[in-house]
Design a protein around this ligand. Sequence first.
Ligand SMILES: N[C@@H](CCC(=O)N[C@@H](CS)C(=O)NCC(=O)O)C(=O)O
Length: 228
Amino acid sequence: MRELFELRGADPQLLFSPYCWRVRLALLHKGLDFQSRPLCFTDKEPLACSGQQQVPVLRDGETVVHDSVAIFQYLDRVYPERPLLGEGVAASRARLLERMISQALRPPLLKLLVTRVHAVITPDDQAYFRSTREKALGSSLEAFADPEAGAVQLKQALAPLDVWLAEQPYLDGDSAGGTDYLVGSLFFWAWCLGIQPWASDSSVGVWFQRLLEHYQAHCGPVKRAALN
Ligand SMILES: N[C@@H](CCC(=O)N[C@@H](CS)C(=O)NCC(=O)O)C(=O)O
C-alpha cells in the first residue's frame, strides 16, 4: 500500500501545498497509485512515522520518506522507469533549483497567497498558521501580504521561464519531468487558492495549462478555493 500524507484545507478536498503537489505530479508521472491522507496543519500524529512534522510524507510499504526532493530521488531509485531527476549530479541540481525557487518564486507568491492560505484552513489551523508564520515573517500576516508587489515581483521572476518555455513545451524538454513538477507545483499552489497571477497567453501560462490539463485528464478536476 502506498500513502501520501498531504496538506488539506477546511475542505478536505482542497489540497494546496506546493510541496505536496510535487509528489502528486511525480506519482502520476511514474504511473503509481496511492491513497491520499489529507491532514490539517495541526494533525501531527500521523506524521510521527516520518520523525518530523511536515508534509509531504510518502509511505510506500515499509518505507517512509519525507521532503519533496527526497521523495523524487526515492521514486527514481525504486521505480527507475520514466526518471524524474535522472542520475549523477541530478539530485544536487534539483537542490540548487529548489534554492532558486525558494528565493525567487516563493516570496512573491507568498505575498499574494498568505492571507488566502489563512482563509481556507480550519479555525485551529488558522491559529497555528498565524502564530508560526507571524513569528517566521516577523510581521502580521496582513502586514506581510502585498498582492500588488507580489504580482510585480512574480512577473520579473517568471521572465526567464517564459523565454525558456517559448523554445520548448516543457522545462525538461519535449515532455514534462522533475523540473516541471518542482516549479509547476508553485503554480498549482496559486491555482488551488483561486488566483492565476500570470497571463494565460504567456509561454508560462500555456505550459501551466498543459500540466493542469494532463493532471485533470488522469485524476479529475482540481479543487479550487472560492475566494474573491
Ligand atoms: N522541504 C520540504 C518543505 C515541506 C513544507 O514546508 N511543508 C509544509 C506545508 S506546505 C508543512 O508541512 N508545514 C507544517 C507546519 O507548518 O507545521 C519539502 O520540500 O517537502
